[in-house]
Write a new protein. Structure first.
Ligand SMILES: Nc1ncnc2c1ncn2[C@@H]1O[C@H](COP(=O)(O)OP(=O)(O)O)[C@@H](O)[C@H]1O
Ligand SMILES: Nc1ncnc2c1ncn2[C@@H]1O[C@H](COP(=O)(O)OP(=O)(O)O)[C@@H](O)[C@H]1O
Ligand SMILES: Nc1ncnc2c1ncn2[C@@H]1O[C@H](COP(=O)(O)OP(=O)(O)O)[C@@H](O)[C@H]1O
Lengths: 433, 112, 433, 433, 112, 112
């Protein structure tokens, strides 16, 4: 192997681990947000995405995303199965890392983004259909968009990043807008949960939600600065911006709630944190700390308002993937057009307030729209095909009884015998078959 | 004075509450229960070991009412909680000798 | 940017992430320790500190702590908002890191320390008052003390570290004694919880407590060795010492319980772990592994005894910030005076048992006392002003009903429908306003 | 100190933290798997192992494992208490790290392996006996086996790794087979739980199990690639292989369940993940990604089948340490004999499918058998002695009432007053003694 | 033989227990319940969606007692559980035909 | 019609269920309860603060039965739930005036 930079390699390997942890973190966040009767299904959808997308990514996805570009739309299939890749390196001179470390780092993004979508279809999806969906989606939707934004091949690569020149540091299009738009399509195809807007569907465990939010924040400190692909000054800027934006958005969301509802909530803090981290994702390597603060505050306010849209418009995006990731991602992508500053990153650009004019904002807008249209329509097609063939939604009785028992033959909790009585019920028919 | 006890399916609680409001009953005590009967439970599997969970989640409702209200209460419950699927539950009525409201010490009819 | 050391940069960025995770970890620890009716408020106080102090730190706090010193007491205001800081570096030649990485690393300490205080006022604080308190406290109490201990400016910096020459590797004064003394003041100003010493107030979820302890331990492995500010031999010593002291304190606390109460408890293990990690915090970079073991064992025993003081003396430091952080911090600071050894760190000193005489112990004692007096009295003043103006404590009815519903309109759990019955209650008045 | 490699040092320190977190992660996994009445005891057994083995390791264990070899069986006692070790380094030229970092990294393995054993004796062990057991076992069983596999001393070191030349990258023998075989001995000595094969003993909290699995996966990304002891290409290969094998095993286990039981389960996903991570542990640095996939799939299928053996054969290995770690470890060790490829690691060897013949497979088999026999018999002897003297198992009434209250005077949860009623009971006899 | 059932505020359980000790009653069965009545519940808000939680946590106490003890038991409960705020709960008395102690098979007065 | 209520030790529920199957009773309602009586609770200690937990977990079983079945049901419970250790619990029988099956509206004997 050509000489690699050990510090960058260590950094990227650690960041890979940090981002990987975000998927179990998301599983906790999502699992806590649903009712107890479907908590496991929610958790399992994330773990299944982890397993499935790991395999699809090394087999095909990585190559589709980072292989040689066809018209800026998608990579080729020369690097499947990671065969012959073990002694290759990735990166610019002086910052080379083993190629498989880059593959792994990108893999963790693909996994997380796929898992995010499950939030749109809580409580009602057939598990087998979800597994099938993740296989197809990770290859047909995720990999191409990753190619668009990050397939840099000297101006001959992905159309968003390499040709148009829109900026997306760590996944505003690839991860956030992509998941938001796809989630909307999924929510529309599967339809509303029984009892949507009528029954209480409050989070069954907010401590689990907060744990998930904490793990996600932690992981995001690898997700964003790791996207510098080196332990350098840009990573440092991305690191502190990530922190600032998340913090600003928490405060903004809590303030919004305090004013509108009279009380600031714990769930609001978790939601604000994620909104702020989402919004800074594309911007973290291109803006100054004060720019990050502005983006965070904007994301907190806009997303706090946006999560209510589903009730007005009537689509059941159960855990607000659209309102938080989609809308937050747009805030961040457009925020770059406003706040980007070459003082933060010489390889970046200047946005509106730093005298760069409307050019960058225009590019960012095109990137946003392109991602939205593609992700929404492709996901709608995939989900519809699955729904019309093997079915994507469980029977109404199964939904009412809860997908944990009906899809997985499990229940999340059995606290029997702990506080005030022991219960009840289960006896082994057969220890083992 | 009578005590009407009903075991119903949990998701029917809201409907029963509404039926009570319609007939002017505005007090009751609710608790969790598990039912065993014709309605079967379900099977769970953990690392290949199968368990039959044969108790089904139910809600118990208790209403103290004047003798004259008993029929209306029972009818309201039966009307609201019925799904016509096995496991809809039971309602029963027992005699009560005395009722006291803790806050005031009022007794009998005035206590409910 | 001048040439930075990529390995040290990577290391410090990772350590920043590790320390950041400690605040959610603390939220779990604290959340699990209170009754279920105030678990969310407890968790939210930590997340609010995370958000607030991130902003106060980058705006003013960092500059107050690390700006040019006035009489060794506080820094100036030249570095607010991190403006013009993006291309600066921090550190000695050969170990330079981007300045903002140092800002971020220190930020995570400020956040955690502020969050620690909430343990003193569990179950009864107005949330808005807490938010206000964290703004003021992080600037007026934390930043100066950080300046005292770590504002090294060639003998012209902070009075404790740079002038007096007392040793505090990772925050015995700044983090531990500071939080302990401040917590005592807070507990006194807010007064005892209704039912203190009468009602059972046992932890509502010990698994959550243990999770928090585990995350804290993990983070501490960045907190302490990261304070070397380089991936070097001193960091290595700090790393193993941290591990050893935590382990020794667990065993000491369990033994103490076994002898006094007849049984070793899970909660005791968590408490011992934290006591040992607290005590080694100032000492980890200055003592040998056997010294770390001694300090850990001492901390386990002393803190196990000290947590009972509140019942005797009658102050309701609800989650024992005084008994664990305050007392543990003192054990560690004085432990340096006894066990410091230049064989562990040439830049350190020799304590009593390594032939250094009483000089170091004297300096350590002065540092301890100075920190205690300042932190206690300043916090008392701040909290009292808040209490007399907008009020710091909720109404008695709200306290009895639980601050989760009364301050945040939320409940932590809704396990309805899982084990033995579904309940009850909530129906949406309006999906969304 | 001789010049160390800062990048490798940073990497190994971070990996130490990652592996350390696995023990609390295991505590969550195990704690969630048992009934609520013994959740704390389960958690505490892990934390106690953490504390005890930290001390035994620095005092004696490290020296027994890595001191100068006697006949390839065990190290000497020259390095006890880490005295005089603070300025030494470890590693090959150019990749040197401070010796204590290596000690710490290895320490986290010793801790975790010891904690793993507790899974075999859930719900029924005397806590004091467990503590005693961990002291002895970590020195008498763990340290020698670590010496066998990893005590490299130029062909004069441990018999498995250094003399026989069997391959074990990150602990297939030392951690996995060792814990599996020892667990079997423990399960046999303590006997079956009351109600084994009759009463329902389902996991009381699967979200806790999934959290544990997530933390373990995260930690494993330090455990396996960290075992390269450098941030190099071998670490990179180990990293991606770990991810792939875990993913493959999840899918395999879920498929197995779907076919046999009709439903894929959340618990199955956690179990599959661990099986796959276990199996790749020895192999991760020696096989190609496709080899890792094959090993992962094999582990998922074989372990899913193996966890049922205990019901047929009648030994109560409560949490399936044998079926997952023992069997998974064997799959991985033998998998090396089949899939090892010098293209993945020039310092490795070629297995069966890469034209290496049966030689390597033979060596691997000998390593497996040697470890199994030694671990099983030694553990059986230690546990039996403890059982015959101070007793290893609690009284039947205590077991039925639950070891949490009877061994530790605690209960895991008190959700009183949260959903539908407040309960009940506890009042303080005395605030404090 | 009578069964006295009381629904009270959870934090009053300790006081009732003490009142019972004072009058020599040393057995009872306690369970969790939720009450619906004049006392209002509270509102919760999750991401802007408002829920009315209209069931209030209560504790149910059941005491088997001789007919002659009924008044003392009822008075003890009412005395100890009263806060004079809405929601203090109810006490009611129902006839019991037969009581058996499982351990010994003793019946009636001897069983309690 | 009678209502038989039993408070038993939780781990005896399975045995009682089997005893019922033997005598052809195949419906009941089960709920969690806590008992206070001769059987002592246990002490818990948190950071040195001691709490007496004096309520012991129990299970409550309720069976509606014809008058003629009462003896068999009571005997089945007492037989199955007995451990002869303190705290085995109580069984009591109360009169019921009316029983309705929600699903069908059937009354009395047909409802159970
Ligand atoms: N003999 C009984 N005594 C008390 N409760 C009963 C009895 N039989 C049934 N129940 C309760 O009524 C519920 C419904 O009974 P089940 O036989 O399942 O259906 P259905 O009433 O529709 O025939 C049960 O879950 C149980 O809670
Ligand atoms: N008709 C009723 N039947 C059964 N329980 C009732 C009835 N009315 C009230 N309760 C119970 O008594 C509790 C207190 O009643 P509520 O009307 O709120 O206050 P108060 O008794 O002080 O007037 C309720 O929470 C409920 O548990
Ligand atoms: N007077 C009573 N009224 C109602 N329940 C009672 C009464 N006395 C005891 N119990 C219930 O019976 C259970 C067993 O009673 P206890 O006195 O402990 O043992 P035993 O019945 O074997 O003498 C208690 O836990 C409680 O639930």
């Amino acid at each position: 192997m050509e000489s690699i930079n050990a510090a960058d390699t260590a950094w990227l390997m650690v960041c890979s681990a940090l981002v990987l942890l975000m998927t179990p973190g998301l599983a906790m966040l999502y699992g806590g947000m649903v009712r107890a009767k479907s908590a496991l299904n929610m958790v399992l959808m994330s773990f299944a995405a982890l397993a499935v997308v790991t395999i699809t990514w090394i087999m095909l996805g990585y190559s589709l995303a980072f292989g040689a570009s066809t018209w800026g739309l998608v990579g080729d299939l020369r690097e499947i199965g990671l065969v012959d890749m073990l002694d290759q390196t990735y990166g610019v001179e002086g910052h080379k890392v083993p190629m498989v470390v880059f593959v792994m780092f990108q893999l963790t993004f693909a996994v997380l983004t796929t898992a995010l979508l499950s939030g749109a279809i809580a409580d009602r999806a057939k598990f087998g259909s979800w597994v099938l969906f993740t296989i197809v989606w990770s290859l047909v939707v995720y990999a191409p968009i990753a190619h668009w934004a990050w397939g840099f091949q000297g101006g001959q690569g992905g159309w968003i990043g390499d040709r148009l020149g829109a900026l997306d540091f760590a996944g505003g299009t690839v991860v956030e807008i992509n998941s938001g738009a796809s989630a909307l399509a999924l929510a529309l195809v599967l339809g509303r949960r029984i009892g949507f807007r009528r029954d209480p569907m409050r989070p069954h465990s907010l401590p689990l939600v907060m744990l998930g939010a904490g793990l996600l924040w932690f992981g995001w400190l690898g997700f964003n600065p790791g996207s510098a692909l080196a332990a350098d000054g840009t990573a440092a800027v991305a690191l502190i911006n990530t922190q600032i934006s998340g913090a600003g958005a928490i405060l903004a969301w809590l303030l919004f709630e305090k004013i509108r509802d009279g009380k600031a909530t714990t769930f609001g803090a978790a939601s604000g944190a994620i909104a702020g981290l989402v919004a800074i994702t594309p911007a973290c390597g291109f803006v100054t700390p004060l720019g990050a603060l502005a983006i965070g505050i904007a994301a907190g306010l806009v997303c706090a308002w946006a999560v209510g849209l589903k009730y007005r418009l009537g689509f059941d995006d159960s855990l607000d993937v659209v309102g938080v990731h989609g809308v937050g991602g747009i805030v961040g992508m457009l925020g770059i057009g406003v706040f980007a500053a070459t003082v933060a990153n010489a390889a970046g650009a200047n946005g509106l307030v730093f005298g760069g004019g409307f050019g960058l904002l225009g590019k960012q807008t095109i990137a946003v729209l392109g991602t939205m249209v593609f992700a929404f329509s492709m996901t709608w097609v995939i989900a519809t095909i699955i729904d019309k063939t093997i079915g994507f939604r469980v029977d109404p009785e199964d939904e009412i009884a809860g997908v944990d028992t009906t899809q997985h033959a499990e229940s999340a909790y059995d606290y029997a015998g702990v506080s005030g009585g022991s219960v009840l019920g289960a006896h082994p028919v057969s220890g083992q078959r | 004075m009578r005590l009407i006890t009903a075991i119903i399916k949990p998701f029917k609680l809201e409907a029963v509450k509404e039926a009570f409001q319609a007939i002017g009953i505005d007090g009751m005590t609710v608790s969790e229960a598990s039912g065993y009967g014709r309605q079967r439970g379900h099977v769970e599997v953990y690392r290949g070991a199968e368990y039959t969970v044969d108790l089904v989640p139910k809600v118990r409702i208790e209403i103290l009412a004047d003798e004259s209200d008993v029929d209306r209460v029972v009818d309201a419950i039966v009307g609201a909680a019925r799904t016509e699927k096995i496991g809809d539950g039971k309602v029963w009525v027992t005699p009560v000798e005395r009722v006291v409201r803790v806050r005031t010490g009022e007794q009998g009819h005035d206590a409910i």
